[in-house]
Design a protein around this ligand. Structure first.
Ligand code: G6P
Ligand code: MN
Length: 451
């Protein structure tokens, strides 16, 4: 196969994840050859802080790959073959608001689930579409955008509505992270796991886990009943998900499965199925955003400073399934490998009973033309109803964003299973409109007018 090297741009170049993704790219150069890596961000200072670390990672593996750091879209995307997108609109400062505002009202505070996820969705849909337009304007006509930007379910729905033909593949590393943990529990190689799964992003279930054709759900159930979805020694899991809050999250698979042992839930279902428990066990003044700013972000910034001062780069960033997965998906797109991965795609009948155009998360073969979803078929009523409600909440939120429609935003918040009443929904939404003034001017206007 002719593998002429690609130009790859990373949108959200200043992300704490960038060095890890680039490291993953470097160890896979034989599979996914690169002539140039470009970092693109709208926050110049942040990107320039992280860029020397990224450059060092590249130079440790290649003298020839060109490295470009820019805040100019044309420079970033001209002739690019792949774009990895990982934007965080409002950065960690706004993530903190997404988490803390609902908690002030006794409701789950999370960046992708519940009111926090809806708020983050309202901020992200239009910037994501702007990015797609810039890529389409400048990049190679067959360029693919592989998108990690959250909240992925809502972003995917917004993109489907506004740019239905865009070459964007929305992905999430959560199922593959769960598979990493399953493999550790089963003492197997992650790549030998063969799974069935259905749902929406951050809202789905594994219905089968096979290793060399043998069903492993019974063994996993037994383990989960004792330890959750972690090995007995939690330190054995990937450091990306070994902060205390993540360890708790993996452990929570146990109560979820004590209630419904049939399938293995995506860890994010803890927020929808036991919201009050989560709120009661969380410090409303110190959320995941704080943990990340004091942890992953701080370590990376310190490493960048140390590298600048001493020329020695400490091992301060993480390489794991997050980076490996996006490279796997890109390889399959680039070389038509038809690998089977869990990705976010338009349903098109894959999950029976869910709307044809719903953006679902299911296994798909990744081809050079994009994902070909695998038919899941019928699902039990309990799961379908949960999915329908969540889908309605997310779709209404997208409509609210596109129309600047306050009532629809309130409906989206009210329908979300983490929100106990319309009174909570309204108070949280109104506080969020205030906090997001500069991001949602239209909704702010609609809100003021309705007062
Ligand atoms: C998982 C999810 C991502 C999310 C990330 C947040 O990997 O799949 O969607 O962005 O967690 O991780 P963090 O460490 O920033 O809380
Ligand atoms: Mn995710």
């Amino acid at each position: 196969m002719n593998k002429s090297p690609f130009i790859l741009s990373i949108a959200g170049g200043g992300s704490t994840y960038t060095p890890g993704i680039v490291k993953s790219l470097m160890v896979r150069l034989a599979d996914f050859p690169l002539s140039e890596i470009r970092l693109y961000d709208i926050d110049k200072e942040r990107q320039e802080t992280i860029a020397p670390v990224v450059e060092k990672v590249i130079r440790d593996h290649s003298e020839t790959i060109k490295f470009t750091v820019t805040i100019d879209a044309q420079t970033a995307f001209e002739g690019a073959h792949f774009v990895f997108a990982q934007m965080r609109v409002g950065q960690y400062k706004m993530r903190e608001q997404d988490e803390k505002i609902p908690l002030r009202h006794g409701v789950v505070g999370q960046e992708t689930c519940g009111p926090g996820g809806l708020a983050y969705g309202l901020r992200t849909i239009l910037p994501m579409v702007e990015l797609i337009d810039l890529v389409e304007k400048y990049a190679s006509p067959k360029a693919w955008i592989v998108n990690y930007s959250n909240p992925a379910a809502i972003v995917a729905e917004g993109v489907r509505r506004l740019r239905p033909h865009a070459r964007v593949l929305n992905i999430c590393d959560m199922p593959v992270a769960a598979m990493r943990n399953m493999a550790a529990i089963l003492n197997a190689d992650r790549h030998d796991l063969d799974v069935d799964y259905f749902g929406l992003n951050h809202f789905g279930w594994f219905t089968s886990v096979r290793v060399k054709g043998e069903e492993k759900l019974p063994q996993l159930r037994e383990h989960i009943a004792k330890f959750g979805l972690l090995t007995e020694d939690a330190a054995q899991t990937d450091p990306q998900h070994s902060d205390p809050s993540w360890v708790k999250t993996w452990r929570h698979i146990q109560p979820l499965m004590d209630a419904f042992p049939e399938y293995i839930p995506n860890p994010y279902l803890q927020y929808y199925l036991m919201p009050n428990y989560i709120v009661e066990h969380q410090d409303p003044n110190y959320t995941r955003a704080n943990e990340v700013m004091d942890g992953r972000e701080k370590r990376l910034f310190e490493a960048a400073r140390e590298y600048k001062e001493t020329g020695i780069l400490p091992d301060a960033f993480h390489v794991g399934v997050h980076g490996a997965f996006i490279v796997d998906v890109a390889c399959s797109l680039a070389f038509n490998l038809r690998q089977r991965h869990l990705v976010i795609v338009e349903n098109k009948g894959a999950i029976a009973g869910l709307p044809y155009d719903a953006m679902v998360e299911v296994p798909a073969y990744i081809t050079e033309h994009g994902p070909e979803p695998i038919r899941v078929g019928d699902i039990p009523r309990f799961y379908r109803t949960l999915l329908e409600q969540q889908l309605a909440s997310e779709q209404l939120l997208v409509e609210a964003t596109l129309e600047g429609n306050y009532e629809k935003a309130l409906e989206a918040f009210t329908l979300n299973k983490t929100v106990p009443s319309v009174i909570h929904a309204k108070k949280i939404l109104d506080d969020m409109i205030e906090a997001n003034r500069e991001y949602w001017p239209q909704l702010h206007k609609a809100y003021i007018k309705g007062k």
